[in-house]
Design a protein around this ligand. Structure first.
Ligand SMILES: C[S@@+](CC[C@H](N)C(=O)[O-])C[C@H]1O[C@@H](n2cnc3c(N)ncnc32)[C@H](O)[C@@H]1O
Length: 345
């Protein structure tokens, strides 16, 4: 800093003396000579390799110019179809109508609980936090319902890597993700928003976390991480949420994922499209979930059922042949397809 102060002072003085050009020529040579022991252009390759990877993760630059985190072993990119914050907002925050939920007239004890499954580089979690802060400024904190954000993650490398390069990840220019990395929790100054990290395997943490109202379900795809997309895991989620009308939002629109959700008891609707995807998925624990939702999402109907009957992904891969008839019956007799659709939509 002293060096730059002195340099600027000298430049200003040379301009006032009207001999900046000669000052520039002398200094350029002098500064290059004195810097020879500390080359100002370190070898580029070594620098990239050293800083843009951590564990199984690396920084990925999309052809559209935004940065994401990629898992090296699977090649999967977190939020690959759009800028991470745009997708987080569109798919999770806007679709769950978070601002309206925060303004619902409830008692102070009736906090809104969000599960952020797969914290990753925290795009979804930070989108929820920015939404809360915007509501706080625009509506006043006295009008807001308390929010408890619970993130699940077993590997903090993606967040640590992105935080090290926060200039490439605008959503991390905030104190909260750094506190999460350091202490595993952060609280908004109003005390109305608590963010906590449950570190470990999500499968083992389901029963210890507070029952959610909204679930932002964002693990890697079933191809990379099939353990988090099975009927068995969705059945455990459904059971955990039994006491509430809960909603699960996910980017996947695959038949296999939707049928796994239906087999667990969820009522399943098509969610908004994002990037090249024409739709995504919302799952409700209650039959009237879609009907009561402010955006009235479309529950899958007979058309989807017909496609499922013809699908290669009709049955979970691990399902024994002799269990197929029961499974088929479970889906065909799901209330979503048998009840009068006007009652549910
Ligand atoms: C697609 S990334 C999540 C992206 C993140 N939601 C975001 O907004 O940046 C999936 C994350 O889930 C985590 N994950 C996968 N399986 C898990 C498990 N069984 N328990 C906890 N975390 C898991 C991975 O480590 C990875 O960070």
């Amino acid at each position: 800093m002293s060096f730059y102060h002195r340099l600027m002072r000298e430049i200003r003085e040379s301009i006032l003396r009207d001999d900046f050009l000669s000052y520039y020529e002398t200094q350029r040579l002098e500064l290059t000579r004195t810097d020879q022991d500390n080359p100002h252009r370190p070898p580029k390759k070594a620098r990239t390799v050293q800083h843009s990877r951590l564990g199984d993760y690396e920084i990925h630059k999309s052809p559209h110019g935004f940065f994401s985190i990629r898992q090296i072993s699977s090649g999967e990119v977190m939020h690959s179809v759009n800028a991470p914050s745009d997708e987080a907002n569109k798919l999770y925050v806007e679709q769950s109508c978070l601002p309206a939920r925060l303004l619902e007239q409830k008692t102070l004890a009736d906090q809104l609980v969000i599960w952020d499954v797969g914290l990753g580089a925290a795009s979804n979690a930070m989108a929820a936090i920015y939404c809360f802060e915007k509501c706080c400024v625009e509506e006043g904190e006295n009008t807001l319902r308390p929010l408890r954000l619970v993130s699940f993650e077993w590997d903090l490398d993606p967040l640590a890597l992105a935080a090290k390069h926060a200039s490439r990840f605008p959503h991390l220019r905030h104190r909260a993700p750094f506190k999460i990395l350091q202490d595993g929790r952060w609280q908004h100054e109003s005390s109305l928003l608590q963010w906590e990290l449950l570190q470990g395997n999500f499968r083992g943490l389901i029963d210890s976390a507070p029952v959610p109202d909204l679930i932002f379900y964002d693990p890697f795809s079933a191809k990379t991480n099939d353990a988090l997309w099975t009927g068995e895991i969705f059945a455990r989620l459904f059971e955990r949420c039994r006491t509430k009308s809960a909603e699960l939002y996910t980017y996947s629109a695959s038949t296999a994922v939707r049928v796994a959700l239906l087999s667990a008891g969820f009522f399943v609707a098509a969610g908004v499209g994002t990037g090249p995807k024409s739709d995504t998925t919302i799952a409700f624990t209650r039959a009237n979930g879609a009907k009561d939702h402010p955006l009235s999402p479309r529950l899958l109907g007979q058309e989807w059922l017909m496609r499922w009957r013809r699908s290669d992904a009709k049955f979970p891969t691990a399902l024994a042949n002799k269990a197929r008839a029961n499974f088929e019956n479970l889906i065909e007799s799901h209330r979503q397809f048998t009840d009068d659709s006007r009652k549910l939509c």
